[in-house]
Design a protein around this ligand. Structure first.
Ligand SMILES: Cc1ncc(COP(=O)(O)O)c(C=O)c1O
Length: 312
């Protein structure tokens, strides 16, 4: 389900409000904005939902991954172990930091296999980046163990699992950093947008500066009069997307409810056919954005797909 399917009058009202107030920049103009900062509200709500200490809203999920890598201090030539089965943005984010993606194997859940990640750890490894694929968690207990054992930050690419959980904890909040995407293909969308979570004050502060040209944000000073921490980029989110994000988070439970009841119906319908659904590391936390079946061969997978398409 794409997020636009649940767009309604709430999104219209949220966007109209931002346009009527003509206050589109998330930072600055403190005196003129009557204390209204929609992106900040979006971050605060995401933080509450996730349980993470800090949340930074950025331009998209790819930007969230880049900002997370910059936040942990990634340097050119550093190695980042990640999944070979992901959306290309995971690898692009690593390459954008002039770091080296090192691809492990996947397990039966289609997420990075921790044993293969451990085998790839070298003296140049600076991060492990599991990807929670198609709504379901990677093996986070094992990744937490690896991170601890080798002193390597774990960055969760949780772009595809907004609202998904692992043993009761929100995906994106379990690693050193974690990222969500709100792009147009996601269950909740703001057009384009992302969030990066961390519990570390220091990492958050570096990410906060980096994502906005190095500005040291402060409500005491107006835009341009604050300090600068160094070079950065522009990965800011606008107030329009912040306002949409607040509505999206209000609709999170509703959206997940729709997906989960549809998936339940599909799985019940095929329960006596011998078709095997993808196993997960934590069934309850699956967002149910996808229904995936494991078939014994590539040939049977193609046959199944063709039959499903012709059956509508
Ligand atoms: C696993 C994964 N990582 C990262 C991204 C990037 O997110 P965005 O499209 O918001 O840049 C996506 C988006 O499809 C994704 O599926």
């Amino acid at each position: 389900m794409a997020g636009t399917e649940i767009f309604g009058k709430e999104e219209l009202a949220a966007v109209r409000d931002v346009i009527e107030r003509k206050m589109i920049h998330r930072y600055g103009s403190h005196a003129a904005r009557n204390g209204i900062y929609r992106v900040e509200e979006f971050e605060n709500r995401a933080r509450e939902i996730s349980g993470a200490r800090h949340a930074l809203a950025v331009a998209n999920g790819t930007a969230a991954l880049i900002v997370a890598l910059k936040g942990i201090g990634i340097q050119p030539g550093d190695e980042v172990i990640t999944s070979p089965f992901t959306f290309i943005a995971t690898v692009e984010a690593i390459v954008a930091c002039n770091a080296v993606p090192v691809l492990g194997d996947i397990d039966e859940t289609l997420s990075l296999d921790p044993a293969s990640a451990e085998r790839l750890i070298s003296k140049r490894t600076r991060a492990i980046m599991p990807v929670h694929m198609f709504g379901a968690a990677a093996d986070m207990d094992r990744f937490a163990e690896l991170g601890k054992k080798y002193g390597i930050p774990v960055i969760e690419d949780a772009c595809e699992v907004v609202g998904g959980t692992y043993k009761g904890r929100m995906l994106g909040s379990l690693g050193t950093c974690g990222t969500w995407s709100f792009d147009p293909n996601k269950t909740l969308t703001v057009g384009e947008g992302g969030i990066v979570f961390t519990d570390s004050e220091e990492i958050h502060s570096r990410m906060d500066c980096y994502h906005d040209h190095g500005h040291i944000h402060s409500k005491e000073h107006d835009r341009g009069a604050e300090g600068k921490s160094g070079l950065g980029v522009n990965f800011r989110l606008s107030e329009l997307q912040g306002a949409l994000g607040l509505v999206a988070l209000q609709k999170m439970d509703y959206a997940l409810g729709l997906l989960r009841s549809a998936k339940k119906r599909i799985l019940e319908a095929v329960s006596d056919t011998g078709i095997v659904p993808r196993p997960t590391h934590n069934d309850e936390g699956d967002t149910a954005s996808h229904v995936i079946f494991m078939l014994p061969s590539a040939e049977s997978a193609v046959k199944f797909r063709d039959a499903a398409v012709s059956a509508g």
